[in-house]
Design a protein around this ligand. Structure first.
Ligand SMILES: *Cc1c(COP(=O)(O)O)cnc(C)c1O
Length: 482
């Protein structure tokens, strides 16, 4: 712990000698707001500080350290040039309340990013304001409500497939709608008969993930959106899997009325562990007036922020959203260009199908037809070996130096293991991962306890997951490996 290294008076920095009169804090801040006791802070030298945090970073698994095939999350490698551009002082030092005449460069970047996202998706207007995919969903549900309110239609329900991400029903509920589940069929796709049955004049919206969370493309998507429109409802794309579609098909062309993007997934940005994201929303021109404010416009060569929009759903985020993530996504898109983004999707699909073929030798893959950028295996057969579970295999993968794929999601596959290799990995890396899975499945037969007690080599071993949540203890103690 950093506090253990602390020595009173030690410091990582020195100020130059004062050449102005010395003043106390109370000369600037009223006495009553000042703390009575010194804050308890560690006092350490700069090398100790650097080593401490480098050590912590190396204890954790991250994309710069190893393969991270966490399905649905798109943990692709994040090009470091994005970090460079997002830290350019003109961007990172910009105050959000700076007058627009000195923020034209930042506004231009946002305006152009909206345009790029519109081109990729086929939508007419885009807001960059939502902070992540989940807030993009909320934004889309609120736009849907405003749209039907204006039309004087009372529609209170939203249809969601049973394979959907958990944020979908949460966003529906937060927006004051009620969610209705539509079943998947034996192929892992939306069951059209069930959909027909659920569609009624109560339905405002259907939220669809395509490719869906099994990594499968909804083949009947145009039929589905047409059916939904005939019932008077809108169709929304959960765009978290857009990295499988870029340059191949535009969401608007599949009949969707609105969608969210996850800039931090599709267009790279370090994420996970609560890092900032960005969840822009794209809409057709019929819905554009409802977008959150401010809207960025361009008139001649001047960019402005427009707040006066009578039909807007209002504001969703402080200021304009997470600007740093926008700079990273803009950099990524401009560097790759249209053909580069197409290559991204093609290679994401190729890598997933390659790995699926390898993993399919050792684990069951319930919906094993050609997948898009990810696939879902099942660890159900591990039960034969002393009742092992997917979680045991996932934990053992850490000992082989791999982050586990997503487990127990989607809910419609028992003992699910959801694998998304992304386009940034080499064939050798994918081979190595498949070999690790092969070894672990062999271990399960001969030494199931090896899996059940895994991981064995990480700084933190197998936790009691319920206790870990109820008695949170984030202090690292080198002497206590639990
Ligand atoms: C990640 C994800 C979301 C939520 O996005 P966040 O940016 O994490 O809020 C929604 N749907 C799907 C399918 C996702 O993979």
């Amino acid at each position: 712990m950093l506090f253990d290294l602390s020595k009173t008076g030690r410091s990582a920095f020195k100020f130059a000698k004062l050449d102005v009169p010395k003043k106390g804090l109370s000369d600037y801040i009223p006495e009553r707001y000042l703390r009575k006791n010194q804050a308890l802070l560690p006092e350490v030298a700069e090398p100790e500080l650097a080593r401490h945090f480098t050590h912590l970073a190396s204890m954790n698994h991250h994309i710069d350290k190893g393969f991270y095939p966490l399905g649905s999350c798109t943990m692709k490698y994040n090009p470091k040039v994005n970090e460079h551009t997002s830290r350019l002082p003109g961007f990172s030092g910009l105050h959000p309340l700076a007058p627009v005449k000195i923020t034209q460069g930042a506004l231009r970047l946002m305006y152009e990013l909206q345009g790029l996202l519109a081109e990729i998706s086929g939508f007419d207007a885009v807001t960059l304001e939502p902070a992540a995919g989940a807030q993009g969903e909320l934004c889309a549900n609120l736009i849907t409500r405003a749209y039907f309110k204006e039309r004087g239609e009372e529609r209170t329900k939203v249809i969601i497939p049973d394979s959907a991400h958990g944020t979908n029903p949460a966003s529906v509920t937060l927006s004051g709608f009620e969610s209705v589940t539509v079943a998947s069929n034996a192929d892992g796709l939306i069951d059209l008969d069930d959909l027909t049955e659920k569609l009624s004049t109560d339905i405002a919206l259907i939220m669809i993930t395509n490719p869906n969370t099994l990594g499968l493309f909804e083949r009947d998507i145009c039929k589905i959106t047409e059916k939904v429109h005939r019932a008077g409802a809108l169709a929304y794309l959960d765009g978290a899997n857009l990295n499988a579609l870029m340059g191949i098909v535009k969401p608007a062309d599949m009949g969707f009325d609105l969608m969210h993007f996850n800039l931090h997934k599709t267009f790279s940005t370090p994420h996970g562990g609560g890092g900032p994201g960005s969840g822009p929303v794209g809409v057709t021109k019929e819905l554009a007036d409802f977008l959150p404010v401010p809207v960025i416009t361009k008139d001649a060569d001047e960019y402005s922020l427009i707040y006066n929009r009578p039909k807007t759903i209002g504001k969703l985020h402080g200021y304009y959203g997470n600007f740093g993530v926008m700079v990273k996504a803009y950099t990524y898109i401009r560097l790759l260009g249209a053909s580069g983004l197409y290559e991204v999707s093609k290679n994401a699909i190729l890598n997933a199908n390659y790995l699926k073929t390898l993993i399919g030798k050792y684990l069951e893959i319930p919906h094993s037809r050609h997948c898009m950028h990810e696939f879902v295996a099942s660890g159900k057969e591990l039960k034969m070996f002393n009742n092992l579970r997917t979680a045991d295999l996932a934990k053992r993968l850490l000992d082989y130096g791999y982050h586990s794929p997503t487990v127990y999601f989607p809910l419609i596959v028992s003992e699910a293991l959801m694998v998304e290799p992304t386009e940034t990995e080499t064939a050798e890396t994918l081979d190595g991962f498949a070999t690790a899975v092969q070894r672990i499945v062999q271990e399960a037969r001969i030494n199931p306890e090896m899996l059940r007690k895994a991981p064995h080599t990480t700084p933190v071993g197998r936790l009691d997951e319920v206790r870990a949540i109820k008695e949170l203890d984030v202090c690292y103690r080198p002497d206590r490996r639990t």
